[in-house]
Design a protein around this ligand. Sequence first.
Ligand SMILES: *Cc1c(COP(=O)(O)O)cnc(C)c1O
Length: 354
Amino acid sequence: MSRYLRDSLSALEAYTPGEQPKDTEYIKLNTNESPYPPAESVIKAINDNDIERLRLYCDPTQSVLKKKLAGLYGVKTENIFVSNGSDDILNFAFLAFGQNGAVFPDITYGFYPVFAELHNVAYTEIPLCEDFTVDKNDYLCTDRMVVIANPNAPTGILMSVDDIEAIVSSNKNSVVLIDEAYVDFGAESCYKLTDKYDNLLVVRTFSKSRSLAGGRLGYAIASKGIIEDLEKVKYSTNPYSINSLTLKLGEATIDADDYYTEMCRRIIDTRDYTTARLRDMGFTVLESSSNFVFARCDKMSGEDIYLKLKENGILVRHFTGERIKDFNRITIGTKQQMDTLTDVLCKILGGSDL
Ligand SMILES: *Cc1c(COP(=O)(O)O)cnc(C)c1O
């Protein structure tokens, strides 16, 4: 740290992304990426001409992609915001709407408190229930920005659209942000409520269900006013935040929507298969509606399982928070990868050395 850094930033603890080691070929089940490649048409979407055109600025209005997204969801383009990954939208939202403070669960996406600190937003972390569900009653009439990941991470547990509507309708004077990073894996989206409530901001990403984590593309669906506010922040920071190659890939991705629906179906099947296998082995596995499972085993600490798996070439995500330190978050890969995972777990827990 230099002595020039402003005081408020010197105390800030930045977000730690999941490890992306380049030393060994791990089976990577730690950052919830898709095990499947983008659709063939997406892989072919970029040609030499697109590279040549990198000398020009990209479209700051992202008009083609917005139109495709609006068509897919049956909303107007004025209700769509597009960003460099959905983390960008979360960042903008805390900056734009956090004036009266924010509330979110104690166990959720670890970036929320970082954005709150970054923008000096006073925040309250509300404990999840004993069974790791979100109790909607904790979020009624808060008069502060409400931020909920649905399904939640790292638990994978779903909240109903009715519960979300109760929260949105009781917080008319503040923005309710629903982070739907994992909604395509079997949960119901609440985006249709944006028609009825001008305080609802639904945030989505191409990173998980659309095999484009490295492309950095996120989007939001909300009322015209909220979208205008996000645009204002974007045009006050980086108007060209999405490069032209990623824009083209995003457009081709929407055109290939059926392919991604099929890949999500496969991941859901593998998730259910993996959950059953882990439970057979004595694991406690929370009921997941996402592309990962959150699991613990009485026979070994969460950290030891994480370390032993890593020794055996499998990466999962371990968190150190008191309530969740016995768990590991395991991304759903291909069926073959999950078979390898459960085989290795059997050996680790059986005590035999590999
Ligand atoms: C992965 C994730 C994001 C961030 O996704 P990007 O679009 O890659 O920035 C946002 N929210 C949650 C809950 C996530 O798990």
